[in-house]
Ligand binder design. Structure first.
Ligand SMILES: C[S@@+](CC[C@H](N)C(=O)[O-])C[C@H]1O[C@@H](n2cnc3c(N)ncnc32)[C@H](O)[C@@H]1O
Length: 274
């Protein structure tokens, strides 16, 4: 691929999603976009670049952007966040929200839904304590393709084996032929919606807890800072943020600070609130 073609695609993807494609990702770009070009009846990347260059095929631009996202996810990924959610976050919120009895949780880069459903299962496991509470889980992603899969609640054997404890698999899934279907009552706990983290998300409302895990790693520093500042604005002063194991706010955002004793959990500093 010509350097100017790589630059065209990487600029377009960065503008649309924040994802930074460095030159060492050329193989990734080719392996993801050649099949897309073929699907569109094009002979190869040359044709695809030509259509992108004339700038009129908006659908192709979003298909290219979606194709370049990494949608890797698993149930109860890294396990600790879900222990923190049940053992620390929920009791804390139930105390502070005792009069309102409402908790809203956002899975901000939900991919194929494993994160949002792991949150839903965690809440269901605490249902005795949460009786009489209204809980709402919203899962969002830039990619419509992953959201469609998330909404179905169907997962392969491989997908459920990655992280889902057997007892919970038995309790909350039904095997349908080769695949596993999540219980309709768990599925009903999550609403999936398209949302680009670069766009305004004021319309989503406020969230007590935000999982924004394993997406900031793909952004440059400025984008991380902006996204974290916007997330902070959607949270009440005692809200909590979960980031991925390879992510941090240190040196990136003054809106959050690590919550001592709970790795991967961040609290608001109040600094961007005024
Ligand atoms: C690696 S997955 C993380 C899934 C899940 N949070 C986890 O930790 O398992 C990253 C997701 O971020 C989404 N994504 C990338 N850029 C985005 C953006 N600008 N806005 C919203 N979602 C984005 C991708 O489509 C992908 O599904």
């Amino acid at each position: 691929m010509k350097p100017e073609d790589f630059d065209l695609i990487s600029t377009l993807v960065k503008d649309r999603s924040g994802l930074v494609l460095t030159k060492d990702k050329l193989y990734l770009l080719e392996s993801r976009l050649v099949p897309l070009a073929r699907k569109r009846g094009m002979s190869g990347l040359g044709d695809l670049v030509a259509v992108l260059r004339n700038g009129r095929d908006e659908r192709l631009v979003s298909d290219v952007t979606e194709a370049m996202t990494t949608n890797e996810s698993s149930f109860f990924r890294d396990i600790k966040p879900y222990e923190h959610l049940r053992q620390m976050v929920l009791p804390r919120l139930m105390q502070s929200r005792a009069s309102r009895r409402q908790i809203r949780i956002w899975s901000a880069a939900a991919s194929t839904g494993q994160e949002a459903y792991s949150i839903a299962i965690s809440l269901r496991e605490e249902s005795a304590k949460l009786a009489g509470w209204r809980t709402e889980i919203v899962g969002t992603d830039l990619s419509n393709e992953v959201l469609e899969k998330a909404r179905t609640g169907f997962y392969t054997q491989f997908e459920v084996q990655r992280g889902m404890p057997v007892a919970l698999l038995m309790r909350y899934f039904t095997q349908v032929g080769e695949v596993w279907q999540i219980d309709p009552s768990i599925r009903a706990m999550v609403k999936f919606r398209p949302q680009n983290l670069l766009a305004s998300f004021a319309a989503l409302g406020a969230f007590d807890v935000v999982f924004c895990r394993n997406v900031l790693i793909y952004f440059d520093q400025q984008t991380k800072t902006q996204v974290l500042a916007k997330i902070a604005r959607q949270m009440p002063a005692d809200g909590l943020l979960f980031l991925g194991g390879a992510e941090t706010v240190l040196g990136i955002s003054d809106a959050f600070r690590p919550l001592s004793g709970f790795r991967g959990v961040y609290e608001l500093t109040g600094q961007t609130r005024h």
